[in-house]
Design a protein around this ligand. Structure first.
Ligand code: AMP
Ligand code: MG
Length: 422
């Protein structure tokens, strides 16, 4: 494990007082590692987990050539351009068992979707395209089919002996279905990441406490809980911790003993007259950053014991934005995932946006599709870092990059869609 100073020494132009968003991600990639420890879990339990080994297909899927339609299977060598083809129906092939029988010239088999293609037959004419042509006979109109139409090939989805999924894949509904299609009852995954979090600040009220002048209810605890739960982490909720050295020390020690990562909110900005920063410094190897970003800016990062610390700013929007931009990719890496950065989408800005070059701005955006399918985005209005309703209205963050300047109406901008993360 490298110390913060060792990581900093590897980075060109590392300036904790003015760190770019890219430099933050670069630093965090070097700070965190995938957790050791794997387990074998059933396919239902595998949802949201990260594979710790490649999965090599033990079988081919589908196992046999089969029909993609309800219709009639026949040998397409008999098709003649411009002429209908009339065939005698010799029987019915049902899904789940092989049809027994021999087929010759001028004959076909009625076949159901998923049924094995009888030997020698390569094409299926869908039921609705055929016409009756007397007792047990059908006619196929001319110029309708190509050889191989409506036949699924054995192994066209997954091939026996080839990798089906790679180590580091996060398992969603499609992946779980795919694993089941291979007949696998369980898979090897990284153990669940344990993340402890608490809010700090004497002005922060827990739910159930009566309102008090100058105090606000703790919302960060709930947004962080939601973000971590969506990510598939095991959460350790430690509530609000008062600005008292003994309580803070106990909280940090407990969190470090129980969790792989600790997330706090509040108490890391410059003017803080509280004990949070002092306690982080006392108990761990922690750097205090000013990030060239908006919202956000102050953030503490480091290690306390064997846990990675993310000391987020207090403002509710800044918490969510710094989580999505930096903490989420770092936690995904710790979870063993190889895909840690969300893809950005391009959308046309419906409005001019003022933006200073030299910092990254994450504006709350509402992306909509125009009737022609093009994507447009408008901001949610008030972009204050405490305006949590802007996150509620938004469906993504407009990412205005470090070197980018003002945006004119109609310009293309990048958007990090929330899609299941928020
Ligand atoms: P700080 O980073 O501690 O200076 O806090 C910045 C702002 O965020 C202050 O207005 C705090 O009251 C507010 N804040 C801090 N923690 C929370 C929290 N857990 N829930 C809601 N607001 C908070
Ligand atoms: Mg504070």
């Amino acid at each position: 494990m490298k110390t913060l100073a060792e990581i900093a020494a590897q980075l060109q132009g590392y300036d904790p007082q003015a760190l770019s968003a890219d430099a933050v991600n670069d630093f965090l990639t070097r700070l965190v590692e995938p957790v050791a420890g794997t387990e074998q879990v059933g396919v239902f339990e595998a949802l949201g987990r990260v594979l710790s080994e490649d999965i090599v297909s033990p079988i081919s899927v589908p196992p046999h050539d089969n029909s993609a339609m309800d219709g009639y299977a026949f040998d397409a060598a008999q098709l003649r351009a411009g002429a209908p083809l009339t065939l005698e129906v010799m029987g019915t092939a049902l899904a789940g068992k092989a049809w027994q029988g021999n087929i010759g010239e001028g004959q076909c088999v009625k076949i159901m979707t998923g049924a094995i293609m009888p030997p020698g037959l390569d094409t299926v004419v869908p039921q609705e395209f055929t016409q009756p042509a007397g007792q047990a006979r059908i006619s196929i109109p001319p110029n309708l089919l190509q050889p191989g139409d409506n036949r699924r090939l054995a192994g066209e989805d997954l091939t026996h002996g080839k990798p089906a999924l790679h180590k580091g894949a996060r398992l969603g509904p499609a992946e779980c279905g795919l694993i089941a299609s291979l007949g696998l009852q369980s898979v090897a995954v990284h153990r669940r990441l344990r993340v402890a979090y608490f809010s700090t600040g004497d002005e922060i009220l827990s739910l159930g406490e009566p309102p008090r002048e100058g105090a606000v209810y703790d919302s960060n605890r709930y947004t962080v809980f939601g973000l971590l739960t969506r990510l598939g982490c095991e959460v350790i909720d430690m509530g609000v911790v008062r600005d008292d050295p003994a309580l803070l020390e106990a909280a940090f020690r407990e969190a470090a003993a129980k969790a792989d990562a600790i997330i706090t909110s509040g108490g890391v900005s410059v003017g803080e007259a509280d004990y949070t920063k002092a306690m982080m410094k006392k108990l761990g190897d922690v750097a205090f950053w000013k990030i060239a970003m908006r919202p956000g800016r102050p953030m503490a990062v480091g290690r306390i014991g064997n846990s990675v610390l993310f000391g987020l700013p207090g403002n509710p929007v800044a918490v969510m934005v710094t989580f999505l931009a930096f903490v989420r990719p770092a936690l995904l890496r710790m979870m063993g995932s190889t895909e840690t950065q969300p893809p950005l989408l391009k959308a046309r800005s419906a409005e001019a946006i003022r933006k200073k070059a030299g910092r990254t701005e994450y504006q709350r955006g509402i992306v909509t599709a125009a009737p022609d399918g093009s994507l447009h985005v408008c901001t949610t209005g008030n972009q204050g870092s405490g305006v949590l309703s802007s996150m509620v209205r938004a469906n993504g963050l407009i990412v205005l990059h470090h070197d980018q300047g003002n945006v004119a109406a109609g310009d293309e901008v990048d958007v990090m869609m929330f899609a299941g993360t928020v």
